[in-house]
Design a protein around this ligand. Structure first.
Ligand code: 13P
Ligand code: SF4
Length: 363
């Protein structure tokens, strides 16, 4: 539906009143009515890099989800204030790994004597204290655009560099998205499915035997994205029957069997570029969040772009940032009131930044 013209007018007015004091970041999964007000759009990697691009901006309004706003707070100067227009915009995947659960898992690995050859790598989609855990324990952060580079770094550089402890026999604890971890390890790095085990935080010892943990190269956390996890291998078969010659393009948060059946896999930014560069007349079935797929279809009328699933599949928490919340946040700033500020305590921020800086320095 078309945006309420009164709200559009108010958002424009508030943005103009704030001028350079304001910097609005928007993730590609945001609604059309919101993304049009973003100064910069991107996937989570690009937004992490861009967050610090406007040191003169007093306010960073983050149109995305909570973990992204936390990362923006960590990566910007203390004087800059990060606002999330709706505090209920969380991420169900990030919630699947709590700090206490991860500490417990690390205790299990420590008791077994494998923690000191294990490098924790967390997906960006995790809370700041999980990133800090990785920073403190010699690990890093990754996003869907650099997961292979981050895992390669973890295996090759690990604790103490190429010749350091555990060299040649290292493991990675990958948090919290089992699918991104498995897809990267198996499809991009040559590990076998048997090299990967899934640690279930709701079971004693992760539901794994000591032998399974000792033999594993990649210990995957039992987390997933509720949006990308909905695509099935059947969706791929169905769309291939329905649209002969269709190219299936999916995000690596999709299940392994979906990614293996697809023609291409990549982060949100990759998906956008692939569609932009595709020849006119080509057909694409895209397995990612629906706001983005609809926008791609509208932007490329010369190509057939369809959603990989037959059912509607928005990310409900991304969608919580709507125009009324954005207008409320912006007008509050105009009135001198910083609402919904996201702050990470300095101790956590320090170690999370160590992990994030390792990611940003990846070759
Ligand atoms: P990217 O932005 O890294 O593609 O990740 C997608 C996602 O699910 C963000 O929440
Ligand atoms: Fe989290 Fe998935 Fe939504 Fe991204 S799309 S914010 S991973 S639930």
């Amino acid at each position: 539906p078309a945006s309420d013209p009164d709200l559009v007018e108010r958002a424009l007015r508030a943005k103009a009143a704030l001028g350079d004091r304001l910097f609005v970041l928007g993730h590609h999964y945001q609604r059309d009515e919101v993304i049009r007000f973003a100064d910069v759009t991107g996937d989570s990697f690009k937004l992490a890099k861009d967050a610090a691009a406007r040191p003169e901006a007093e306010f960073i309004v983050f149109c995305g989800v909570h973990f992204m706003a936390e990362s923006a707070d960590i990566l910007t100067s203390p004087a800059q204030r990060v606002v999330l227009p709706d505090l209920a915009a969380g991420c169900s995947m990030a919630d699947m790994a709590t700090f206490d659960q991860v500490e417990e898992a690390w205790d299990v690995l420590t008791e077994m004597g494998v923690a000191d050859v294990t490098v924790p790598v967390t997906y960006m989609n995790s809370s700041a204290d999980i990133k800090a855990f990785c920073g403190r324990n010699g690990g890093t952060v990754c996003t869907s655009s650099n997961a292979r580079r981050a895992l390669t770094w973890a295996f090759e550089q690990g604790p103490g560099g190429p010749e350091g402890k555990g060299a040649g026999d290292r493991k990675v604890l990958f948090l919290p998205d089992q699918h991104l971890g498995r897809n990267t390890a198996v499809l991009e790095m040559g590990f076998s499915l048997d090299d990967c085990v899934v640690y279930n935080p709701h079971r004693p010892d992760g539901g794994l035997t000591e032998e399974q943990i000792r033999n594993a190269k990649v210990i995957l956390w039992r987390g997933h994205c509720s949006v990308h996890g909905r695509f099935t291998a059947g969706c791929v078969d169905e769309v291939r029957d329905r649209i002969p010659g269709v190219n299936v393009l999916v995000h690596p948060e999709c299940r392994h069997e979906v990614v293996t059946k697809a023609d291409q896999v990549g982060s949100t930014e990759y998906i956008i570029k692939a569609i932009e560069q595709a020849p006119a007349g080509s057909a694409w079935a895209v397995g990612t969040e629906l706001n983005l797929v609809k926008r791609l279809a509208a932007r490329h009328p010369d190509k057939t772009i369809t959603f990989l699933d037959r059912t509607v599949c928005y990310c409900s928490t991304m969608n919580r940032i709507d125009l009324p919340h954005l207008v409320w946040a912006l007008e509050s700033l105009v009135d001198g009131q910083v609402v919904n500020q996201i702050t990470v305590d300095p101790g956590t921020a320090h170690w999370a930044r160590v992990a994030l800086d390792r990611m940003l320095a990846l070759p």
